[in-house]
Ligand binder design. Structure first.
Ligand SMILES: [Zn+2]
Length: 108
């Protein structure tokens, strides 16, 4: 029953990508709406963003958050925000990047 990390990441990437599609279908105007992400601090599109408590995360960070939760890297959004400030998250980001690289190589 247990999924591999690769399967979890792949599933999360699909789920999170779908959020952008759903948001745009529901309200096409969000494509032109931007906000400052509470996690990465970048000015990002509202489409696919999610509010976690008092924080609003961009779609890229939602992927990190949801993947992190799924992999048990952290259990609440505050941990992700805190982790953004040190190297722990880089490890997780790297893991996702490696997986994307691996997939691209397989596609070629
Ligand atoms: Zn972000």
């Amino acid at each position: 029953m247990s999924k591999t990390n690769e399967e979890i990441i792949e599933e999360m990437q699909q789920v999170v990508a779908q959020m952008v599609i759903d948001d745009l279908e529901e309200n096409p105007d969000v494509a032109n709406e931007y906000f400052d992400c509470d996690c990465c601090g970048k000015n990002k599109c509202m489409a696919g963003s999610i509010g976690y408590g008092t924080y609003r995360l961009c779609n890229d960070c939602v992927l990190l958050a949801e993947t992190g939760f799924a992999l048990g890297k952290f259990t609440d959004i505050q941990s992700l925000i805190d982790a953004m400030e040190d190297s722990r998250l880089e490890e997780l980001c790297q893991f996702i990047k490696d997986e994307e690289t691996r997939k691209k190589q397989m596609d070629n």
